[in-house]
Design a binder for this molecule. Structure first.
Ligand code: FES
Length: 327
């Protein structure tokens, strides 16, 4: 009696599920097997038949259930509602089976197991009927990712290269425009000085206020001393009575050769580079030897001196001065 009630409940549940999705379902249950567990086994076979027809086809005893195509066709034609309806039918069967298990004992597990099989079978049916919309996008992305570059990447690289080249050209033009240029005879440029304008070593220096240098002759060679004091930048003066340079600001003193003698100045006087030009060629020039500044060599009277006021050599430390008086 309990089996007839279970069968009636299953049929009602399936008809209700089919009515919800508008599909006419003809329920065909397998012939009941005499003996214990018949309702549970039949229910499991019905579930398996709805879920996986191939599996049921491999079992001759359940071939009559495979011949029922309506539920499967409904699932394929209406993917979204069919999956939920199939789940509801499976849940109703499971509930009915659980109620019947009180009289059938161990058949409950066998009845519940097929309901879990029916759930995954709906997913492939949905994917086969309605392909995911992202598939085309993925295919396009894979096509874009082919070896080499596509048109968009090429345009991006071309724009980047053009922008970089334009930036480089602007930078070079700006540097060339702002780079200082000095003409001869103005401070920062070259001052041509005839050799005869350099005073003798025992005479006072010859000043050039435009070029801001003192021309002196020493035992080593001619020097062009920068007129600015190495302490805080005052313009020092030549004191003929003392035969030395003296700064009026803080009293620093330098000898005729520009070496530090006394005062707060930290170093000897700075010098401009003197180039000795002979027959259009620079044959000698002032050099920085590290611990001292070496004047150029004058090979003869047929030379010209170029005072390069744009090339200043910083004077050496007062500790290196041979004329230092406070040592
Ligand atoms: Fe010449 Fe100070 S600036 S001693």
């Amino acid at each position: 009696m309990a089996n007839e009630q279970w069968q009636a409940r299953v049929e009602r549940a399936q008809q209700m599920a089919a009515a919800r999705r508008g599909v006419d379902v003809e329920v065909m249950l397998p012939p009941r097997q005499p003996g214990a567990g018949a309702p549970a086994t039949g229910g499991a076979a019905a579930h398996a038949a709805e879920a996986e027809p191939a599996t049921t086809a491999a079992q001759p005893a359940q071939s009559t259930v495979v011949a029922e195509p309506t539920p499967v066709a409904a699932v394929e034609s209406a993917p979204a509602p069919a999956s939920s309806a199939a789940q509801r039918v499976a849940e109703a069967k499971a509930r009915a089976a659980s109620k019947g298990s009180s009289s059938n004992g161990g058949a409950t597990a066998a009845a519940v197991a097929p309901t879990t099989v029916a759930t995954p079978s709906a997913a492939p049916a949905r994917s086969a009927a309605t392909p995911a919309p992202a598939t085309a996008e993925r295919a396009e992305a894979q096509e874009v990712g082919q070896p080499g570059i596509n048109r968009r990447e090429f345009m991006t690289y071309a724009w980047g290269a053009a922008l970089g080249l334009l930036t480089l050209e602007i930078g070079v033009a700006s540097y060339a425009f702002m780079y200082p240029r000095f003409r001869a005879g103005e401070f920062g440029g070259a001052f041509p000085v005839p050799l005869g304008e350099i005073p003798p070593a025992d005479a006072g220096p010859n000043g050039n206020t435009t070029g801001k240098f003192w021309l002196v002759d020493t035992a080593e060679g001619p020097k062009a001393l920068y007129m600015v004091c190495t302490h805080l930048g005052c313009l020092y003066k030549w004191e003929p009575s003392n035969f030395r340079f003296e700064c009026p600001c803080h009293g620093s003193m330098f000898n005729h050769d520009g070496h530090y003698i006394l005062g707060p100045a930290p170093r000897s006087l700075d010098q401009f580079v003197i180039e000795v030009v002979q027959n259009g060629q620079v044959v000698s020039s002032t050099e920085d030897a590290g611990d001292r500044i070496v004047p150029p060599q004058v090979p003869g009277p047929d030379v010209e001196l170029l005072i390069q006021t744009g090339r200043r050599i910083v004077g050496k430390s007062k500790d290196l001065s041979p004329a230092r008086a406070d040592a």
